[in-house]
Design a protein around this ligand. Structure first.
Ligand SMILES: Nc1nc2c(ncn2[C@@H]2O[C@H](COP(=O)(O)OP(=O)(O)O)[C@@H](O)[C@H]2O)c(=O)[nH]1
Ligand SMILES: [Mg+2]
Length: 309
């Protein structure tokens, strides 16, 4: 489906209104005339960014015939490149996402997966401060990217993203500050939520609720409600619970199953609402098993939620 908007600068150019009907288009194309001014187009893209909240790179400039892409500040495509991009989008829609998220079975599948590495899966780490979101982000990335340390003050103060490839899947790990603390100013919280949504917008997304395995706090009792208020009522269908400090369980000679079996009713309810999708991490350990288990759980969520027309 193509949506053609009125010319920019006309009285009815309210693009946000058009986007509200289809908030996650596969592509936003910006068509320009021969002899366009790079500076003017860049300014207009900034206006679009402000109006829609979409990052500037989401607007792809379609170059007039005869133009070659060069070092423009914006993303630009010749018509030929644009058709290639469109082919990719169509192919992606026709191929079930599950192909790229399950292990390759054959050469043919490997080929297909190779083509699909541009499918980005966003893994959004959410939870209270100090639960180990940043440390878990680093474990998923396999490197220390996010600052994680003991502190009585929140260490992570802005949403941040870092990307990696895991089993042929392009994963964007989004680390967040505590967005559920009642003490936080609503305007600050809204700013974080907006930024977080910008980071994963229009792509596959799984929320990972990070919790300290041996500490279930009052602030976490209604965390699912807060999550729903922030990310919509369907959020629990897209949520995996990640318990950190797996060593605590090991020291007590307990498995995750033992823990889940004997945990508080409040926590049990949260887990059940998330369809018992739980994983255990020990961020001091570099074992890739834990990441593998998380990614398997992530893929079960994607298989359920990915819309394949
Ligand atoms: N022992 C242990 N410590 C952890 C684990 N995960 C996080 N931590 C520690 O908990 C503290 C807070 O972690 P951090 O990632 O900054 O929490 P965040 O505020 O949720 O991002 C840091 O000192 C981490 O080293 C874990 O799995 N095991
Ligand atoms: Mg942090």
């Amino acid at each position: 489906m193509f949506i053609c908007t009125p010319d920019l600068g006309t009285p009815c150019d309210d693009i946000s209104e058009f986007l509200s009907k289809n908030p996650h288009p596969d592509m936003c194309l910006f068509v320009v005339k021969k002899g366009f001014s790079t500076e003017q187009i860049w300014q207009q893209i900034h206006v679009l960014n402000e109006k829609t909240g979409k990052p500037t790179e989401e607007f792809k400039v379609v170059l007039p015939l005869g133009y070659e892409p060069k070092d423009f500040p914006f993303k630009s495509f010749t018509l030929e490149q644009l058709f290639n991009e469109l082919d990719k989008v169509i192919e992606l829609k026709q191929t079930t996402y599950t192909r790229s998220i399950s292990s390759p079975q054959s050469e043919d599948q490997l080929d297909r997966i190779g083509k699909h590495t541009y499918t980005t899966v966003n893994v959004v780490l959410l939870g209270l401060a100090g639960t180990g979101k940043s440390a878990s982000g680093n474990t998923i990335l396999g490197r220390k990217h996010f600052v994680s340390k003991p502190s009585s003050n929140p260490v992570t103060t802005e949403c941040q993203a870092e990307e990696t490839e895991i089993n042929d899947l392009h994963v964007r790990v989004i680390d967040t500050p505590d967005m559920f603390d009642d003490e936080t100013e609503p305007s600050v919280r809204d700013k974080h939520v907006k930024r977080c949504k910008e980071l994963y917008e229009s792509e596959l997304c799984v929320f990972v609720l990070v919790m300290h395995v041996s500490r279930f706090t009052d602030g976490e009792r209604d965390i699912l409600k807060k999550l729903e208020n922030t990310f919509g009522t369907k959020v629990k269908e897209q949520t995996v619970i990640l318990f950190t400090r797996g060593d605590d369980l090991e020291e007590a000679d307990m498995t995750l199953e033992d823990f889940l079996h004997s945990c508080q009713p409040g926590l049990k309810e949260i887990i059940e609402k998330c369809n018992n999708r739980c994983v255990l991490f020990e961020n001091r350990s570099s074992s890739s098993d834990q990441v593998e288990k998380l990614m398997n759980t992530v893929s079960t969520v994607l298989k359920k939620t990915a819309k394949i027309d």
